[in-house]
Write a protein that binds this ligand. Structure first.
Ligand SMILES: [Zn+2]
Length: 249
């Protein structure tokens, strides 16, 4: 079943971020900025060039506008309820050290759990987006899953950093990011059911996906990317945008 497969892989990318963190530690500013920018560019291209026109084909302008605003609104509301995910290299609290004895930072652990919660909850509407895409066509579902999977990798790194600084073992961190990632297939299944009820809902669902992804790019990916390394981030975003257009065309 495509829905389970695609959305599982997209969600699993969160745990891949934790694995990368475990293997190489925190990536450099350029690397992180480039991956955030690239993922953002691909997400923007798919939202604007693919999802919105497809949504209009299936529904009405009214259903598209309402769907888009709902996608933006749900992510905005989640932002108010749970803290943002910060992938910034300098945002990670470091373990406190006294002499040569490392003691772990309990504040970092708390931050890590909050970011974990934020990522886990916001993975649900991202799964919904994949479900809406799959309901329209397998290709669209795949594009959305790839775009979401790409940006889940730096998100996984953002969860892993503070949890590690807080003293959690890499195994536990992997388990937690996997748990957060599995909210994506759960959301996809809910989306498939919900948007499968009527074709107009599928159109609205695609616009919802577009609104949610554009919001994440503007609110999270671009500011973090610019803070880390403006030039690398902007270049990667433009490459991602163009590549997303070419692949979708
Ligand atoms: Zn996300």
């Amino acid at each position: 079943m495509d829905a389970v497969y695609y959305s599982f892989l997209a969600g699993f990318a969160t745990a891949v971020g934790a694995l990368i963190f475990g293997l190489i530690g925190h990536p450099g500013r350029r690397m992180l900025s480039g991956s955030l920018g690239f993922a953002g560019g691909v997400m923007l291209a798919i939202s604007v060039f693919d999802l919105m026109p497809e949504a209009l084909d299936l529904g009405t302008m009214f259903s598209v506008v309402v769907g888009f605003l709902l996608g933006v609104g749900v992510l905005f509301a989640l932002d108010q309820l749970v803290p943002h995910a910060h992938a910034g290299a300098d945002d990670q609290p470091k373990p406190e050290r006294t002499d040569n004895v490392p003691t772990f930072n309990s504040r970092a652990l708390q931050t890590g759990y909050l970011i974990f919660l934020g990522i886990a909850i916001h993975n649900l509407p991202e799964g919904l987006a994949i479900g809406a895409g799959l309901e329209a066509s397998p290709e669209l579902g795949l594009y959305i899953a790839v775009a979401i999977g790409l940006h889940n990798i730096p998100e996984g790194i953002a969860v892993a950093g503070p949890l590690r600084a807080g003293g959690l073992s890499l195994g536990k961190i992997f388990g937690l990011t996997l748990l957060a990632g599995m909210m994506t297939p759960l959301g996809a299944l809910i989306g498939l059911f919900l948007f499968g009820l009527s074709p107009v809902l599928v159109g609205g669902g695609l616009a919802f996906a577009a609104g949610a992804m554009v919001y994440i790019v503007i609110d999270e990916l671009i500011p973090q990317m610019a803070e880390l390394h403006q030039l690398v981030g902007t270049s990667a975003l433009l490459v991602g945008l163009l590549l997303g257009f070419v692949l979708g065309g």
